[in-house]
Design a protein around this ligand. Sequence first.
Ligand code: MG
Length: 213
Amino acid sequence: MANEKNTFHSNLIRNVWAAGRNYADHAKEMKAEVPANPVIFLKSGTTVSSGSVIHLPAWSKEIHHELEIAFWLNENLEFSHFTLALDLTARDAQSDAKKNGLPWTLAKSFTDSCPLGPWLELNSVLNLESLQLELKINNETKQLGNASDMIFSPETLLKYVKTHFPVAPHDVLLTGTPSGVGQLKSGDKLEAILRDKTRSNNQPLLVCQWDVN
Ligand code: MG
């Protein structure tokens, strides 16, 4: 029983519930309204990739990075682990979908569109609000955000998805991206860093690296 929480693997993930527009600065850069209720879309569980290489699909000219904090749900549908995720987005397909009132599935749920870092046990962080996420591309900071700036907290998002959707054990929740999203190019080197701002030694909780193929 003691190890039950750790008996998981990415191939158990059925659903990735993802929040859109959950940081006001990102909603603004997308010229979107700040939502009154959580905006949730679905990435298939099979979009998850734990490898270190990002493969850009040939059919899109504009794959964007969206760095996000991800939570893993245990058998009781509670957060048990967390990591960093890239909610890769085919922005050209999403713009077409928005313009034509069509679903976002092509834009958000294509093959390998959800690279995840290694999972950390949640009890290693005292306060979720103290988390800070940063994405560097080719050593230049592109996204820097604080969990305290989320419009809806991770707990509020979880309550919302459990109320409306058939959430299952081992599902993942993505909590939205801060501003600074942009296009990935072949050869880019990504470094994503998760910090706990209350830690005095400034050592990151997590560093993830991905190379764009
Ligand atoms: Mg996103």
